[in-house]
Design a protein around this ligand. Structure first.
Ligand SMILES: *[C@@H]1O[C@H](CO)[C@@H](O)[C@H](O)[C@H]1NC(C)=O
Ligand SMILES: *[C@@H]1O[C@H](CO)[C@@H](O)[C@H](O)[C@H]1NC(C)=O
Length: 143
C-alpha cells in the first residue's frame, strides 16, 4: 500500500509540493487557505499565518461550501470550525469531527455556514489531529 501511494503522489502533485511534504502534513485546497508553511503548520490557530489577514476572502454561503484537502497522514481526525473575526478565541464546529484513515485527497461536498453570521467577517479553520501532532490551516471567509 505504502509503495503505491509513494508512486502515485508525484503524479498528482507538482515537484515543489512534494518537497514541502517531506513529512506528514495536510494542505487545505478549498476553500482557499491563507497559505501553507511546512515548518509552521503546527502553530495554532492558523499554521503560522495572521488570523486578521484578509488578502483572500471566500464568500461562504450558509447553504454550504465545498471543502477539499490533501493529507499525508494515514490516520487522523479533522475538525472543521469557524470563528468570527472579532472573537477568534471562540471556535464553533461546522460539522462533527471527521475520522479519516487514508492518504490523498479528501472531499466534503458542502459544509454549511452559520446563518446567524450572515454579513459578518469570519475565519474558517481546518484542524488535523494525528498521532504525531496537531496541524492547522485557515481560510478567511464571510457569509
Ligand atoms: C496575507 O496573506 C497573504 C497570502 O498568504 C500573504 O501573501 C501576505 O503577505 C499576508 N499579508 C500580511 C500583512 O501578513
Ligand atoms: C462580534 O460582532 C457581532 C456582530 O456585530 C456582535 O454581535 C458580537 O457581539 C461581536 N463579538 C464580540 C466579542 O465583540
Amino acid at each position: 500500500m505504502r509503495s503505491i501511494i509513494t508512486a502515485l503522489l508525484p503524479l498528482l502533485l507538482p515537484p515543489t509540493f512534494m518537497a514541502a511534504l517531506s513529512h506528514a502534513h495536510f494542505v487545505l485546497q478549498s476553500p482557499p487557505s491563507l497559505g501553507f508553511t511546512d515548518t509552521k503548520e503546527g502553530q495554532s490557530p492558523c499554521g503560522g499565518f495572521d488570523i486578521a489577514n484578509r488578502s483572500t476572502v471566500t464568500d461562504f454561503p450558509v447553504a454550504g461550501y465545498p471543502f477539499y484537502l490533501l493529507t499525508t497522514h494515514t490516520q487522523s481526525e479533522f475538525e472543521y470550525r469557524a470563528a468570527l473575526l472579532n472573537d477568534t478565541a471562540a471556535w464553533l464546529d461546522l460539522i462533527p469531527p471527521v475520522l479519516q484513515s487514508s492518504v490523498g485527497y479528501f472531499c466534503l461536498g458542502a459544509v454549511s455556514g452559520i446563518s446567524a453570521w450572515v454579513g459578518l467577517d469570519a475565519v474558517v479553520q481546518v484542524k488535523q489531529s494525528a498521532p504525531d501532532g496537531v496541524l492547522y490551516q485557515v481560510s478567511p471567509g464571510s457569509n
